[in-house]
Design a protein around this ligand. Structure first.
Ligand SMILES: Nc1ncnc2c1ncn2[C@@H]1O[C@H](COP(=O)(O)OP(=O)(O)O)[C@@H](O)[C@H]1O
Ligand SMILES: [Mg+2]
Length: 397
């Protein structure tokens, strides 16, 4: 089912409810840049670096003047070190090129990708004024339900467009969602970092290389934890974690990255947002819990289906239909089934780690040897019960 344009407009233009503190008056619209050795450098005879906005593990984000246009632009450049690694380099270029094809109000526009002979590759994109959702949440902790819902509709519709174009973000998190407008009073939200860091961070995924995934471990779907194939439902899981955080100011499995966090993504049912925050719309709560299901088939079929439901919730807030979805959710067993023998090995290791923890398991179910033997196991088919290790989420009250 597709949403009518009128309903989409309604969602995009919803007025946000009271919630965040008023914005600081003078800082709106100002880019705060740091000095950089590249200051003054004119790339491609066109983009003059003005200052450094942000630097991550593998790239640097610069504010630049465009000699051919009056508006500033953002130049995102691979670091020298990452550019020397051919895999990083190619993924950066491929990811940047695929995001150039995405034109949607909730996705930051990428104008071009350049590969100069004497500098690392870089992309040029629209400069957004505001702050990342991560910065917002650090300051405000959480946001009102109407505001979270309206912004979630925008992000979901951006993801619908991306998925339709065959692109999975794989790194949806507050640092990659940008609130445009004065700090504390955003006008809209845009997805950034599209398809870029995904593959870089995929390298060496898994408990043996925990250090490579620190930044995003909190948002990783079970299939990502095991380096299994991902699809749009992987973005949906991360979207669910983000929405959980926007509403409650907490994350379903906490903030601390590490092997325990991976175990929780794989084996622990997500806690209910209402255990962190009273008065959560029951349908919104069920929507989040559905995004956070372990087995991708237990999530929504598509981002479009999720968006339709979000819009419906926004149109009929607090409608008393929560019970229906709760019942539907309970019917489905929810166990992630690894898709490869490598993933199964990692899951077995994680299950052992998880079981050895002090907290008692509420439903430890492993099949007996004879039961397992009677079932055919191909390289890619894994007996689901082997991984049915379920712990209650940590008490939150
Ligand atoms: N188009 C943009 N306009 C304004 N700020 C941006 C833009 N793109 C990135 N940034 C800032 O730089 C930060 C890192 O950008 P991102 O593309 O996520 O790089 P990384 O790959 O290092 O995560 C963002 O959180 C945001 O604060
Ligand atoms: Mg990022």
């Amino acid at each position: 089912m597709h949403v009518s344009d009128a309903r989409k407009r309604k969602c995009h233009h919803r007025r946000f409810g009271a919630g965040p503190s008023p914005p600081p008056p003078s800082k709106s619209g100002i880019f705060r840049v740091k000095p950089t050795p590249r200051m003054g450098l004119k790339l491609g005879g066109r983009y003059e670096i003005v200052g450094l906005l942000d630097c991550g593990g593998t790239s640097e984000v610069y504010l630049a003047k465009d000699a051919l246009a009056p508006l500033p632009v953002i130049v995102k450049m691979l670091t020298e070190e990452a550019a020397r690694d051919m895999q990083h380099r190619e993924r950066f270029i491929l990811g940047a090129r695929s995001s150039m094809n995405l034109e949607h109000p909730a996705i930051a526009r990428v104008f071009s990708v350049e590969i100069p002979p004497n500098e690392p590759p870089y992309l040029v994109m629209e400069a957004l004024r505001g702050e990342s959702l991560a910065e917002y949440l650090v300051r405000e902790k959480k946001m009102s339900q109407p505001m979270a819902l309206a912004l979630a509709c925008e992000v979901a519709s951006g993801l619908v467009a991306a998925h339709k174009a065959g692109i999975i973000h794989r790194d949806i998190k507050p640092g990659n969602l940008y609130l445009v407008g004065p700090p504390g009073a955003p006008r809209c939200i845009k997805i950034i970092d599209f398809g870029l860091s995904k593959d870089l961070r995929n390298v060496g995924y898994g408990p043996a290389s925990l250090n490579l995934v620190l930044g995003t471990a909190q948002y990783m779907a079970p299939e990502q934890v095991l380096a299994d194939p991902v699809d749009e439902r992987t973005d949906m899981y991360a979207f669910g974690v983000v929405l959980f955080g926007m509403l409650t100011g907490a994350l379903p499995f906490g903030l601390r990255p590490g092997i325990d966090l991976f175990c929780q993504h794989l084996f622990s049912p997500a806690p209910h947002p209402s255990s962190f925050l009273q008065d959560v719309d029951p349908r919104l709560e069920q929507l989040i819990l559905r995004c956070l299901r372990k087995h991708p088939e237990n999530r929504y079929e598509s981002m479009q289906e999720l968006l339709d439901e979000l819009i419906d919730i926004g149109s009929h807030p607090m409608a008393n239909t929560g019970e229906v979805s709760v019942a539907a959710l309970k019917r489905l067993p929810d166990v992630y089934i690894p898709r490869s023998s490598k993933g199964s090995g990692v899951a077995e290791d994680l299950a052992r780690h998880f079981e050895s923890e002090a907290t008692p398991l509420s439903i430890p179910q492993r099949k007996s040897e004879s039961e397992s033997e009677s079932e055919s196991e191909s390289e890619d088919t894994v007996n689901e019960s082997v991984f049915k290790v379920v712990k209650e989420p940590p008490s939150t009250k």
